[in-house]
Design a protein around this ligand. Sequence first.
Ligand code: MF3
Ligand code: CO
Ligand code: CO
Length: 249
Amino acid sequence: MIHIKTREEIEAMRPACRHAANTLVMIEPYIKPGITTDEINDLVHEYTIRHGAIPAPLNYHGFPKSVCTSVNHVVCHGIPGDKKLRDGDIINVDVTSIIDGWHGDTSKTFYVGTPKVRARKVVEVARRALEIGIEQVRPGARLGDIGHAIQQYVEGERCSVVREYCGHGIGRAFHEEPQVLHFGKPGTGVELKEGMVFTIEPMVNLGKPGVKVLRDGWTVVTRDKSLSAQFEHTVAVTADGCEILTLPD
Ligand code: MF3
Ligand code: CO
Ligand code: CO
């Protein structure tokens, strides 16, 4: 069942969504060669607690940290650790915050130092893929329209879309219906209605779409070791289009 949110419920989601977005703004200046992903985790954790929020990833299905940090060929769900970032790396930081029981989920891929040509390519394609997905959102459109628009664009840029992970409804639950696929056929799937709230979070690979999960049970990597980038927003379907809820102050 897809939960349609009332005006009041969407208002209630704003603090968590804004907090998650503000966390990405807070972390950006720290994304420099030499910082470890554990240090990023600690900064996100402290900032979240200090603002009266809860980091949703911590202990979520046993996830051991407060944020996902996915470097280079890591697609998503990277676990912070003691590895230092190096000049030319890319890193996705995926923040999900809970305030008053409501979730906000957003992520961004950052350049560490000076990006190489291939890093720039995959990151800019992923950034635009999310924008194109969001442009499809309005009452009467279908989930397949979002997936199709993203897939057409990404494949037209000679990159690929990850199939195994998708966007999701969000609210009192971290992940709820519907699944928001980042590929598909126009005019298919669930019809969007005012009050639906979900994430769009395309994972874009520079090489082939295939992924695998490492032995830690979480870290998702590209099979061909190619670079992967991702951006994510939580959006609400409005009467005449959509509103991005995960914008910072
Ligand atoms: N934030 C991720 C998403 O966009 C989910 C992370 S689950 C975790 O849906 F357990 F790895 F944190
Ligand atoms: Co998400
Ligand atoms: Co996320």
